[in-house]
Design a protein around this ligand. Structure first.
Ligand code: E4P
Length: 217
């Protein structure tokens, strides 16, 4: 299972990278705005800064909703750095753009996916990644994890290559449940990754080992 971090915060990306378990980064326009990164030039530069920190894939989202504009924007993003994956919204023109990029060998991440049918379309269009937003489904009393299970089932039926990127991961249990269900990738905040470290028996066990070592030395 790949671990992506879902942020545009360079300090957090560095911290996750230094932990040694980071496989990539996802961003979106809201995450960029949260870091105060505005204006096209600054946003493009920020993507390159992120690519220079991590070894893996970095999703960069188009803001166009029209096919021709998406193609232009996506090509510009893809040309920024070899690690860039073009992130496209699950709308009709987004599906067309996904097929266009897939035919050209440019990697894509189809985002804002909330149903198995949308995930099936993304796979048919040759998406590299599909991003079902599990936390946002949970927010409206719908089982986000069930969507991961449904997509896994469909993709396995036909051996689709599209990787299931569980997005909108809100906490550590989401990570564990996605791993059990066979999601290929998860993207969440640094806390959702670092939460996997924690167990009180590890802390108390280590404290006792260190205390006993001191007694004998
Ligand atoms: C996915 O790539 C999105 O950036 C993200 O996971 C959305 O998460 P949110 O629902 O916490 O905003």
């Amino acid at each position: 299972m790949k671990f992506f971090i879902d942020t545009a915060n360079l300090a957090q990306i560095k911290e996750a990278q230094e932990l040694g378990v980071l496989d990539g980064v996802t961003t979106n326009p809201s995450l960029m705005a949260k870091e105060g990164i505005t204006g096209k030039e600054n946003i493009l530069k920020h993507y390159v800064d992120i690519c220079n920190i991590v070894d893996g894939d970095v999703s960069a989202e188009v803001i166009s909703t029209d096919f021709d504009e998406m193609v232009k924007e996506g090509e510009e993003l893809a040309a920024l750095h070899e690690q860039i994956v073009v992130k496209l919204p699950m709308i009709k023109d987004g599906v067309k753009a996904c097929k266009y990029f897939s035919d050209k060998g440019i990697r894509t991440n189809v985002t804002l996916v909330f149903s198995p049918g949308q995930a099936l379309l993304a796979a048919k269009a040759g998406a590299t990644y599909v991003s079902p937003f599990i936390g946002r489904l949970d927010d409206i009393s719908t089982d986000g994890l069930n969507l991961i299970a449904e997509i896994r089932h469909i993709y396995d039926n036909y051996a689709f290559d599209t990787q299931i990127l569980a997005a909108s991961v809100r906490h550590t249990m989401h990570v564990i449940d996605c791993a059990k269900l066979g999601a290929d990738v998860m993207t969440g905040g640094l806390a959702s990754i670092e939460g996997l470290l924690k167990h009180p028996l590890t802390d108390s066990g280590l404290a006792k080992f260190l205390e006993d070592y001191k007694k004998g030395n």
